[in-house]
Design a protein around this ligand. Structure first.
Ligand code: SIN
Length: 292
């Protein structure tokens, strides 16, 4: 029997099981390796807008199938603006625990003018235990701030940048993203409060990895506000934690979440493929939505 919080979409047969009240839901009864019916795509999109990250278990996705799944939700980007793709596909990034471990709270590529809309991670080899990933809902975090602090954040713009990636780009003379060639990786300005373009819900949009400062504030003011927000965003009540198995897939909304991959698995193998979807220029109370 289904638990009380299962939501079954009658016309598609798929079910959505929330992992927590704020973020994360497992979607069952769908094989995402094949083209999906429009109503299934609609249900997945709705679950993503509500839960911010959705999970699928026991999938069997080759690199091309993963990119094809992503294409049903938008335009697939290059694998990464700076890091190389896998040999078989320019759209797929290897996430290999032997090379790198993303054990810090971040939102993908916010150092770009148009950060990814979403990311899809397909786990190919998982540790028996450890290597979980956590997500935090930036919209619930925003709504959990005191009204006066929300009002302050509504007025702020942040500078996002990755100086190490910028140096790599300078050395190689440019980078490609969203099908466009850029000569330099320059700092990007994003609102501290971002309005979700599909739901209209506001959320915080800062992360410790790529947000450098708040525009127009002293270093002291900027770092005090950002530190307060970084702590606030990852309050356990705004998070969920997902235990991977080979064949698990996560699809997260990069406009509304932070994530953190736990580095607690020693020398065990952890290997995944990631595909990202093209995003728009973030807008919010302090920065109007660009025209067109
Ligand atoms: C990432 O930051 O995109 C990777 C997340 C993970 O390895 O779980």
């Amino acid at each position: 029997m289904l638990g009380h919080n299962w939501r079954v979409t009658p016309d598609t047969g798929i079910s959505v099981l929330p992992l927590s009240p704020t973020v994360g839901a497992e979607i069952v009864n769908v094989d995402i390796s094949v083209p999906l019916a429009p109503e299934v795509i609609g249900s997945i999109r709705e679950a993503l807008n509500t839960h911010h990250v959705v999970f699928f278990r026991d999938q069997s996705l080759g690199a091309e199938q993963q990119a094809d799944f992503a294409r049903q939700f938008g335009t697939v980007t290059e694998a990464h603006p700076v890091l190389p793709s896998i040999d078989e596909s320019p759209e797929v990034l290897a996430i290999d625990g032997r090379v790198d471990r993303a054990s810090w709270w971040h939102t993908d590529v916010t150092f770009l003018e148009t950060p990814a809309m979403g990311s899809i991670l397909s786990m190919l080899e998982a540790p028996e235990v450890g290597g979980d990933t956590m997500w935090a809902s930036l919209q619930d975090a925003y709504e959990g701030l005191a009204p006066a602090v929300r009002e302050l954040c509504d007025k702020l713009i942040a500078i996002h940048h990755d100086p190490w990636f910028a140096a790599d780009v300078a050395e190689r003379g440019g980078y490609e993203w969203d099908g466009t060639w850029h000569e330099k990786l320059l700092p990007a300005l994003h609102p501290v409060v971002r309005t979700h373009p599909e739901t209209g819900r506001n959320g915080l949009f800062v992360n410790r990895q790529f947000t450098r400062a708040i525009l127009g504030l002293s270093d002291n003011e900027s770092s005090a506000i950002l530190e307060m927000l970084y702590h606030h965003c990852v309050k356990p009540e705004y998070t969920c934690r997902f235990r991977w198995r080979a064949g698990s897939v996560a699809f997260w909304d990069n406009r509304a979440t932070l994530h953190y991959a736990l580095d607690d698995y020693g020398t065990a193998a952890r290997f995944a493929h990631r595909v990202t979807l093209q995003g728009d220029k973030p807008f919010g109370p302090v920065m109007p939505r660009p025209r067109g």
